[in-house]
Design a protein around this ligand. Structure first.
Ligand code: TRP
Length: 337
């Protein structure tokens, strides 16, 4: 029971899009931290599937990816007993609050979002209204759960700032309704780059399959991709400017094994890149093995997966419903009991 001596844990919320299998970069940079945050914070984590349809999706594939992303969250060690785990589209309050917030967001604000500018340049044939209002839905995702912090990568910082602006505006117009959340840019997260163009972030949408490690890649594929990773002609494992490929592999190895960069340099003194790449590949394959085993188990039992989604959605809807009800009441809507 909560007492004065045990103040409530701070709340954290984050979501992952259900487009494609997350990469090693998503895992080391973000997802692995989500697992650790479970002890320090009261966490809510969701599969952001509504966000996925801002670009055209194939229905059967979308369904598969929603199931897989949810299973993956469980497989990496997120615990439904500790954290709120759910699928966004299964909690209708997200779409509802999104409308209320969109009427409190300016066209100019959304026009300035760099992700919108990038994505509309990339999908010039489908610049739909959803792509434009994407950050409002994200604000709803966040504000419904009244979190203190939002663990995100640096690329989502601008959306978090907008969320704060919308929430502050709403609070000022109608009295306090929403907690103003802080973006929580994870310090411990590794920035993992492409194995083929190591100045670019590792991305699951890269056309070159060798550029990224998917969390579903089997050990042989992992070894092959690391063997093909771009390095340099110095043939010396050391962390230095201009050695982006080697630096990236060192960072990955460090993130997975916990070894420092200096320890890694020592370990490979007098050895070539071949040995080093093999060691990195083996360490990654070993790290992913238990996750992949749990994932396979979870995907075999659709009934259990759905049951977990259902209980997550019910709990989420309870929390979200309270915030939505509060916001609607403040706005002047007639609330039926
Ligand atoms: N836009 C985020 C991304 O692409 C995903 C996301 C959706 C999210 N809703 C969110 C992240 C709420 C944090 C909080 O990574």
């Amino acid at each position: 029971m909560e007492t004065i001596e045990t103040p409530r844990k701070k709340r954290a919320l984050s979501c992952i899009q259900s487009t494609g299998t997350p990469t090693l970069g998503n895992y080391l940079g973000a997802l692995r931290n989500w697992v650790m945050l479970q002890d320090e914070f009261e966490c809510a984590y969701a599969v952001a599937d509504l966000h996925a349809i801002t670009v055209r999706q194939e229905p059967a594939k979308l369904r598969q990816q929603i199931n897989e992303t949810f299973a993956l969250l469980l497989a990496i060690g997120l615990d439904p007993e500790k954290s709120l785990l759910f699928v966004q589209s299964q909690v209708p309050e997200h779409a509802q609050l999104s409308w209320l917030l969109s009427c409190h967001t300016q066209f100019g604000e959304l026009s300035r979002m760099t992700q919108f500018k990038d994505k509309s340049a990339k999908h010039a044939d489908n610049i739909n209204a959803g792509l434009f209002t994407y950050p409002v839905l994200m604000a709803a995702d966040i504000l419904l759960y009244q979190p203190d912090v939002v663990p995100v990568g640096a690329d989502q910082k601008q959306h978090c700032e907008l969320t704060r602006d919308i929430a502050t505006r709403f609070n000022n117009l109608y009295a306090n309704t929403f907690t103003i959340p802080e973006p929580y840019i994870m310090k411990t997260g590794a920035r993992v780059c492409s194995l083929q163009e190591p100045t670019k972030k590792m991305s699951k949408s890269d056309e070159n399959q060798n550029a990224f490690i998917s969390l579903k890649d089997d050990p042989d594929t992992i070894m092959r991709k690391f063997r093909r990773a771009v390095t340099d002609s110095e043939a010396k494992v050391r962390y230095a400017e201009g050695k982006d490929g080697v630096n990236n592999l060192m960072e990955i190895y460090s993130a997975v094994t916990g070894k420092t960069l200096e320890a890694i340099e020592d370990e490979f003194t007098g050895k070539g890149y071949g040995d080093f790449k093999t060691a990195v590949g083996e360490a990654v394959a070993l790290e992913l093995k238990p996750i992949q085993e749990r994932f396979t188990e979870l995907m075999k039992d659709k009934a259990q997966l759905e049951a977990l989604m259902k209980s997550g959605a019910e709990k989420a809807s309870y929390v979200a419903g309270r915030t939505l009800g509060k916001a609607m009441k403040k706005l002047g809507f007639v609330i039926l009991r």
